[in-house]
Design a protein around this ligand. Structure first.
Ligand SMILES: [Zn+2]
Length: 279
């Protein structure tokens, strides 16, 4: 029997005992806990809850985005260890309750740690941007395999390269693309004039790219190099693209445009975005 199977059986027994406890109490049948579930997950965010617990938002590979309570996770000695860090890749066991929005988290086991990125201020800011965007755009309980893989790929590359520049550009571009909000990169949204090698313009208030003539006040330029980088992102995997210093400006432009389109879609400012400037 594998360790995983033994743990699962132990947890089921535990969940069963909890069920017995609830049954023997004053609770009605409506509060009967559902059977324990298990999924591979990415921790998106955690908040302190009361004195001892943590509220945890995670993206489950088979559950979609779910929020739950990890009881005792704030105690000095707790069974979660570093599993509840932002963007930790974990196996998670939880139980849903029919009458509650929050699930009860029983256990989390680390599958992959991004310790270097999580413990460095600059890198963790990059992870925080990925986490905030995922929280904002992913509907609850909706499975999203492409976003799951995208978040994991971006976090891995921040950890591996010790730099968030390229991963964050790639993440922003693909989030916009997967969301279906990517504007045409070859011509003006208003007059349809092809950009050619000329700069295009964008802001967070409009969805499209504008030409020099149609641009509105305050719009930022989106140069051909950034549009070419987007084309590379569309056809090459992030971990196969070598970051070169010469890409810095276009990676930044692409990231900023991507974040602007995400903000346009969610109709609010991303709070972590400003922190990027301080790293
Ligand atoms: Zn135009």
């Amino acid at each position: 029997m594998s360790a995983r199977v033994i743990i699962t059986i132990a947890l089921r027994a535990c969940a069963f005992r909890t069920g017995c406890h609830v049954l023997s109490g004053a609770s009605s049948a409506r509060r009967l806990p559902m059977p324990a579930r298990e999924t591979e997950a990415i921790i998106l965010k955690t908040f302190p809850l009361g004195e001892a617990d943590r509220l945890v938002s995670f993206l489950g590979r088979s559950s979609g985005r779910v929020r739950g309570v990890a009881a005792g996770a704030r105690r000095l000695k707790n069974r979660y260890g570093s599993t509840l860090e932002v963007l930790s890749h974990v196996q998670i066991w939880y139980a849903e309750k029919e009458t509650r929005e929050l699930v009860r988290i029983h256990q989390a086991e680390l599958l992959e740690s991004f310790h270097k990125a999580q413990s460095d201020y600059g890198l963790s800011t990059g992870l925080a941007v990925i986490s905030e965007i995922s929280e904002q755009i992913l509907p609850e309980h909706e499975v999203s395999e492409p976003m799951f893989r995208l978040i994991l790929l971006a976090a891995r590359e921040v950890e591996r390269t010790g730099n968030w520049t390229l991963p964050l550009s790639y993440f922003a571009f693909w989030t916009v693309r997967l969301g279906g909000w990517l504007p045409r990169f070859d011509r003006c949204v208003v007059c349809h004039t092809p950009f050619g090698t000329k700069p295009a313009f964008y802001d967070a208030h409009q969805a499209g790219l504008f030409c020099e003539k149609c641009r509105r006040i305050g719009m930022k330029p989106f140069h051909v190099e950034a549009r070419n980088l987007a084309e590379r992102f569309a056809s090459e995997r992030l971990d196969r693209i070598e970051y070169e210093k010469s890409m810095q400006a276009s990676a930044r432009e692409l990231r900023e445009a991507g974040l602007a389109w995400i903000e346009h879609h969610v109709e609010r400012r991303l709070t972590t975005r400003e922190l990027l400037e301080t790293t």
